[in-house]
Design a protein around this ligand. Sequence first.
Ligand code: GLN
Length: 243
Amino acid sequence: MISVCHLYPDLLDLYGDRGNVVAFKMRCQWRNIPVTVRQVSLGDKIDFKEYDFVFLGGGSDREQNLIAADLMNRRDEFKEAVEDGLVVLAICGGYQLLGKYYLAPGGKEISGLGMLDLYTRAGDRRLVGNAAVEVELDGKRLKVIGFENHSGQTFLGEVSPFGKVLSGYGNNGLDGTEGARYKNVFCSYLHGPLLPKNAGLTDYLISLALRRRGCNRELTPLDDSFEDRARDVMLARLGLGRR
Ligand code: GLN
């Protein structure tokens, strides 16, 4: 049984981010892997040890501000689970909240959990558009697609990027990095949503969650012809050839 926690689904859900949870759940169910999803928001009780996959979507500065204190109250337990290999996916605003801080336009600082060594500051223009990133998963390279829309520019410290920008802006439009990765925590600016468009990434996260529970079996292949075709169209538009 895989237990999924969707954190702040009512506040962090930009550009269809909840589709990431749907894709994760459906790709488990299509393989008869039992899966439950629980939605957790401000003030709700949560025991991170019970979960295999935690998802945080994107949100505007306003929502990030509303969440910051609540998330901080959960910091120690969340961090303990992350150190223990909990699989986490955080997108855009959710990603920024896992870093040290987000310096919003006007200079207001929103504290982050500091779980990943990175910080974000608002730039003077929004970074918007379709994007593609090259990601390495278990030694295999994968082109991941999506779109981004953020004013925050993220700068990484002692933490790996999620991938390398092939097209678009990524973390800051300057250093060619996109997102961040620490243990089994994956952070990205890519909406779209990310997981339905990139089935290989979704399966990788499912495998990691299963492996953490001692189950090393190969996932049954699914028919991904629609997803693959959509990725091919997008990659061709970005001038990046095929998968
Ligand atoms: N508020 C953040 C920014 O604009 C995050 C936006 C988002 O989640 N798309 O940088």
